[in-house]
Design a binder for this molecule. Structure first.
Ligand SMILES: C[S@@+](CC[C@H](N)C(=O)[O-])C[C@H]1O[C@@H](n2cnc3c(N)ncnc32)[C@H](O)[C@@H]1O
Length: 281
């Protein structure tokens, strides 16, 4: 039998999800939230969504339950070579500048923040390979982080269906992926070698310490889900995650225009990006 999500329950859930994940749940999406929560309520045999929230806050196994719930609340939509304008700037301007600045023996550290199932992280690895940048062993480190443990598991597996290749052609795919018997495609070992994945919640304090200072961060198509306070929390974290002189690219629909964090804004045809200044202000 369907269980309703009352006004008061919706209010408490929206507040909790804003605080925990940064996500904005407006009242118009109440029924969507109910359907996302329902599988976990039913699996635990709880009589209400209030009881599910109580479980997530206070139960001794709340962390495990949270890991089961989060995949129901995220949108992992992504594909290889998404938003090419930014990728062209990275290939033509950012990687050459980093190679010159870091010098021979330097390691470029690139981060896909909110990496979903890894498409963006592997895109960065492929982009550097195609451009002939940071090709020496150990010269490139790509890290993908996400709050969704199920997405991270898929990222580590590195196997994809047609859907992930809608921004690329078959010849490109054959260069960087091996065909599998089940019809899927698996990222080739050389593309995989510099890439690592770990969990991080971009609106919680301190996540950046685990990944170390980055020269380039892609944080695309996640802030669109955040409320205003979460955008500010995420922007502060991204600043901390960047080394001085580091580059930050957001998604097309995202901006830090009203965010009081002292990034420099740079515009190029088809792309804009932010930089943490080389010299501290
Ligand atoms: C639409 S995907 C974007 C994937 C990729 N960046 C792209 O642009 O194609 C959004 C991702 O953000 C992740 N996400 C949502 N809230 C997050 C948070 N608070 N911290 C880290 N990742 C989060 C989701 O799990 C999801 O994988």
């Amino acid at each position: 039998m369907a269980v309703a999500l009352s006004d008061e329950e919706f209010r408490m859930w929206a507040e909790w999800l804003g605080e925990e994940l940064g996500h904005r749940w407006g009242p118009e999406r109440r029924e969507i939230l109910r359907t996302r929560l329902e599988p976990r309520r039913a699996a635990l045999g709880l009589e209400s969504f209030d009881a599910l929230l109580f479980h997530l806050r206070f139960h001794p196994e709340r962390e495990a339950e949270r890991a089961r719930l989060v995949p129901h609340l995220t949108n992992n939509e992504s594909y290889f070579f998404r938003e090419r304008g930014s990728l062209d700037v990275i290939r033509d301007e950012v990687l050459p500048e980093l190679e010159e600045r870091l010098g021979p023996g330097g390691q470029a550290r690139l981060l896909s923040a909110a990496c979903a199932a890894g498409e963006e992280a592997y895109t960065l690895s492929i982009l550097a390979r195609e451009a002939g940048r940071f090709t020496a062993p150990g010269a490139l480190r790509v890290t993908g982080v996400d709050v969704d443990p199920a997405a991270l598991e898929r990222a580590r597996a590195g196997t994809y269906t047609e859907h992930a290749f809608r921004g690329t052609d078959a010849a490109w795919r054959a260069r960087f992926f091996d065909a599998r018997d089940d019809g899927g495609w698996e990222v080739k070992p050389a593309v995989r070698a510099p890439v690592r994945f770990s969990d991080a919640n971009l609106v919680q304090d301190g996540w950046w310490r685990a990944v170390g200072p980055q020269h380039l961060v892609l944080c695309r198509n996640v802030m669109i889900y955040f409320d205003e306070d979460a955008v500010l929390r995420a922007a502060r974290g991204l600043w901390e995650a960047l080394a001085p002189g580091g580059y930050l690219f957001l998604g097309h629909a995202e901006s830090l225009r009203h965010v009081p964090v002292p990034f420099e804004l740079h515009r190029r045809p088809g792309a804009l990006f932010y930089r943490r200044p080389l010299e501290a202000a």
